[in-house]
Write a protein that binds this ligand. Structure first.
Ligand code: F6R
Length: 357
């Protein structure tokens, strides 16, 4: 039920801090430690390479998950779009572990990969919001998102839940391998939940940004580097699928290799700046587009902010920034769709669960 909310999407955006806290509770043992099922732990310890398979927003969550697994747990990861993997399978490592990320657990493209890799005898873990779903039943292991039903076609709370569960999976594996972490993951996720709450209270500010930057535009670009690049892909997808504004996400450094040709007077460019090591470079990319007339909307993180930034996010752990930077992008998409009288919860041509290949 939507309750007092005008749309499920807005309700689901607002539920994100609650979902974060639920995930923290569900995945900790008595002494505030992350602890996963021992079979999942073993599968992660035994593999020499993780293959993440997903579509759309879940694929974007997978890109963030790769960073966690590589940086925290020291496991090489490949992230694949399910529909491509199915028909053009890459060379596999000796001991692959397949991780399917799917809110619905019913996506036919992902299922087709699951069927193929099971025929080859490889193990599979499904991360899903629907534990009884096809992808969950047919995989060896399941991790539950605990996000509650997601009704709006545009995925919001499932994306952040997927990222949080991927972080927990990476941390659990790191602990199993006796790798030391220099931060307390549950504490950092709790800080993320608080930051999300601050952001969901800033709807009016984001609505104003939508008016200022996206009111009449036909297109928009999202740029970022490293983790911000992955989130810019998701920001662009959210905006295009519900507001029908043509939007593209780019790695900041790729702009000059082609896309910058599209920047003209007033083109909106949403730039994310949450990563210390690339702050200088992304700022350079912003200057490049501004010099060509772009209307740059910079979303930075406390500690890295500069004069002129349109929005400053509360500071969270550098690996976890996607969990907070995506929130204003979800809200931007929501208000852009609302202002254009689009059907926010049921955008044209789209279904919540894509059960055809
Ligand atoms: C975008 C969106 C889709 C889904 C994709 C995969 O907002 O919802 O891109 O993420 O269709 O769906 P699941 O996660 O159910 O496999």
């Amino acid at each position: 039920e939507k309750g007092t909310y005008p749309h499920f999407m807005l309700k689901e955006i607002d539920e994100q801090p609650i979902v974060m806290r639920k995930i923290i509770r569900e995945y900790q043992n008595g002494d505030n430690q992350i602890k996963l099922d021992k079979d999942i732990r073993k599968a992660m310890q035994d593999t020499d390479r993780v293959y993440i398979i997903a579509a759309g927003t879940s694929y974007h969550a997978g890109l963030v998950g790769k960073e966690f697994m590589e940086k925290l747990a020291n496991i090489p990861v490949e992230v694949h779009v399910a529909s491509e993997f199915s028909y053009n399978m890459p060379l596999l490592s000796e001991k692959p572990l397949f991780v399917f990320i799917s809110q619905s657990g019913e996506t036919a493209d992902s299922r087709s990969v699951l069927v193929k890799i099971k025929e080859l005898g490889h193990p599979a873990l499904t991360i899903t919001n629907v534990p009884g779903s096809t992808l969950s039943r047919e995989a060896d292991y399941t991790l539950h998102l605990h996000a509650g039903p997601e009704i709006a076609v545009a995925s919001t709370k499932a994306y952040t839940a997927q990222i949080a569960v991927l972080a927990i999976l990476a941390v659990d594996t790191a602990q199993a391998k006796d790798l030391t972490l220099d931060f307390d993951p549950l504490q950092e996720l709790a800080l993320v939940a608080n930051a999300m709450e601050v952001l969901t209270d800033q709807k009016e500010e984001v609505e104003q940004l939508t008016r200022d930057y996206l009111a009449t535009t036909r297109n928009a670009f999202f740029i970022g580097r490293s983790a911000d690049y992955h989130v810019s892909l998701e920001g662009a997808l959210k905006l295009k699928e519900i507001s029908y504004i043509q939007a593209e996400g780019f790695a900041g450094g790729e702009l000059k290799h082609g896309t910058i040709a599209l920047i003209e007077e007033g083109t909106p460019v949403v730039a994310l700046a949450t990563q210390k090591n690339v702050n200088y470079s992304i700022r350079g990319n912003v200057q490049e587009v501004v010099a060509r007339g772009a209307n740059a909307l910079v979303i930075s993180m406390k500690g890295l902010e500069q004069d002129g930034d349109a929005f400053v996010l509360p500071k969270v752990h550098e690996l976890l920034t996607p969990l907070v930077s995506v929130v204003p992008l979800q809200l931007l998409a929501y208000y852009a769709a609302l202002h254009r009288d689009c059907d926010v919860d049921k955008p044209r041509n789209l279904a919540k669960s894509v059960t055809v290949e």
